[in-house]
Design a protein around this ligand. Structure first.
Ligand code: ARG
Length: 556
């Protein structure tokens, strides 16, 4: 449901025909919102603005939401939401199992392609971002009742496996005895040999043919490389606390059998044409074509993604497909979607979006590198953050830092700043949550000295918000009432930083409320109303952090 301010705004717009551009009031005595709509209309109509304002107030039908609006100064209109209406919305949050999150009328099937590390390589910082961002999208869309189908498009196919397997065979290596770090070293060693020894390179190419031809021994080693890599990935997923499981795996090799068919279809339809020996699809507005079959007859990243789209629409019945990768792949997806639309693999009714993210920078402002100049593994980042804080706090710090800026922006990985419990950080929000839990715990213990201090606060009964006399209480309730709408925006635009900003503001509003309005020291109805308000804050903060994939501890 639209929030109270949105409902009010829509009402004013339908009465005046223009967007009222509601702004939060600067002082509590001016109410909650102000609009300059009368000033703008007066200019057009050539009438005194205060008269126009008075006319608008007279014909406006908002009595169910606000007190009678005031005309102020040169012709501003001030609105004050009714405190019983605000109290009602805040009370609903205490009992609503969805905590104000809109449930989709017609749930969609949403494929989210994220994480997607590459076999025989450690996950690096880029995959960290993809995993955390995709996990957040998964949680937000699931919370609205959509069916999310994660697809972990791991890099488990390609000519590099010829090189790897050949190296393993020639050096009689037992891959199953290795861990991911060792397999990554194997990759480097085999690459070195490939580049230095043309004869090895030739044997590696023959090995690719064997791999494609399904040679048993070759496949066995290839499988072992995948198994060892997956064990490493899963360790990281467990450490990150993300929802991905092996069921979500759909690596590049999944589409091997589809590739010749997909490409033949494109050729038969006249979409793919031969160009210099390669099979290409030209699309309007793009200088370079998409190469769907290379000169050597092999298929690459592009063709695989085309086959994947076709399957996601055809078999997975996706209504929406979201790809989360590095922003540098933006062009790849732009061309991919164009070609897929042209080929009718991607009907107009299916939305396809690429969400690109920026780089993680080191403290020097340059892309994050190890001291030796290599790419930084994800585990080493986690290790670094954990040097400054407990694991669940370090993790909150990393996830929040990752999600709280516009995704496209690069950000500096500054572990020391990220783990602070003050300022715009994950741990600050965790701390705010723990603080509100503490009040509720104390209240429960006062009411019943035998209450289990570890009891689930959410299972207790907290009454209703009935009194909202103080501006700080009203501001808090007003902000709480916006939660569902913020989640709507994040689900539609895939902009998690808006949820971060909202939660940060909510924690701030809660602090002001806590300073100005005694809770445990107040009495009677005021006390029970404020406790209910605290419970609403606990639920919204906890749920909101949950949507970001951040743990909300009861104590810190
Ligand atoms: N494995 C790729 C990488 O590490 C990301 C794959 C993204 N997904 C896709 N369908 N192309 O860059």
């Amino acid at each position: 449901m639209p929030s109270l301010p949105s409902q009010l705004s829509a009402r004013i717009e339908s009465a005046t025909g223009v967007d009222p551009q509601l702004r939060p009031s600067t002082k509590p005595q001016f109410g909650h919102f102000q609009s300059n709509v009368a000033l703008r209309l007066a200019k057009q109509e050539g009438r005194p603005p205060r008269d126009v304002a008075a006319d608008i107030v007279a014909k406006l039908d908002v009595a169910d939401l606000c007190e009678t609006p005031d005309v102020a100064g040169p012709g501003f209109i001030n609105f004050r939401l009714r405190s019983d209406v605000l109290a009602q919305v805040a009370s609903d949050l205490v009992t609503d199992p969805h905590v104000g999150i809109t449930q989709a009328d017609s749930p969609q099937r949403v494929v989210i392609d994220y994480s997607a590390p590459n076999v025989a390589k450690q996950m690096h910082v880029g995959h960290l971002r993809s995993t955390i961002i995709g996990d957040c999208f998964n949680r937000v869309l699931s919370a609205q009742g959509h069916t999310v189908i994660p697809q972990n498009h791991i890099g488990d196919w390609g000519t590099q496996f010829g090189m790897l397997v050949q190296y393993v065979v020639e050096h009689r290596i037992d891959v199953m005895e290795m861990d991911l770090t060792e397999v990554e070293q194997l990759y480097k060693d085999s690459k070195k040999e490939f580049d230095a020894d043309p004869e090895f390179a030739d044997r590696a190419r023959l090995r690719v043919v064997k791999l494609q031809g399904g040679d048993e021994r070759t496949l066995q080693i290839w499988h072992a490389l995948i198994d060892v890599s997956l064990a490493g990935f899963n360790e990281t997923y467990a450490r990150l606390g993300v929802l991905l499981t092996d069921d979500d795996l759909a690596g590049e090799s999944t589409y091997n059998d589809d590739l010749p068919r997909v490409v033949d279809e494109l050729e038969a339809d006249g979409l793919a044409v031969e160009d210099g020996g390669a099979l290409c699809v030209f699309v309007e507005g793009q200088d370079a074509p998409m190469i769907v079959r290379k000169r050597d007859g092999g298929y690459g990243y592009d063709a695989t993604d085309l086959a994947a789209i076709r399957r996601r629409v055809g078999k997975l019945k996706a209504d929406r497909i979201v790809y989360v990768t590095d922003v540098r792949q933006a062009h790849h997806f732009e061309v991919l979607f164009q070609v897929a639309r042209k080929a009718e693999f991607l009907p107009e009714s299916v939305v396809a979006e690429h969400v690109g993210y920026g780089m993680v920078l080191g403290p020097d402002g340059h892309p994050f590198k190890t001291r030796e100049g290599g790419t930084v593994s994800l585990s080493s980042l986690l290790d670094e953050a954990e040097q400054h804080a407990a694991p669940n706090i370090a993790l909150a710090a990393i996830k929040y830092a990752d999600l709280s800026n516009g995704l496209q922006k690069d950000y500096v990985f500054d572990a020391e700043r990220m783990v602070q419990t003050t300022g715009d950080t994950g741990p600050y929000l965790q701390y705010a949550h723990a603080r509100v839990c503490q009040i509720l715990r104390k209240a429960a213990a006062e009411a019943d000295p035998h209450v289990d201090p570890e009891a689930d606060l959410g299972a207790m009964t907290w009454g209703r918000v009935t009194v909202l006399d103080e501006p700080a209480e009203q501001q808090l309730a007003l902000l709480l009432s916006r939660f569902g709408e913020i989640v709507d925006v994040v689900a539609a635009d895939l902009t998690p930083h808006k949820l971060c900003t909202y939660l940060y503001e909510l924690a701030g509003a809660y602090s002001s409320f806590y300073e100005k309005c005694p809770v445990l020291r107040s009495e009677g109805q005021v006390r029970s109303s404020r406790l209910a308000l605290c419970e609403a804050v606990r639920r919204v903060l906890g749920t909101g952090l949950g949507l970001l994939g951040i743990d909300a501890p009861d104590r810190m």
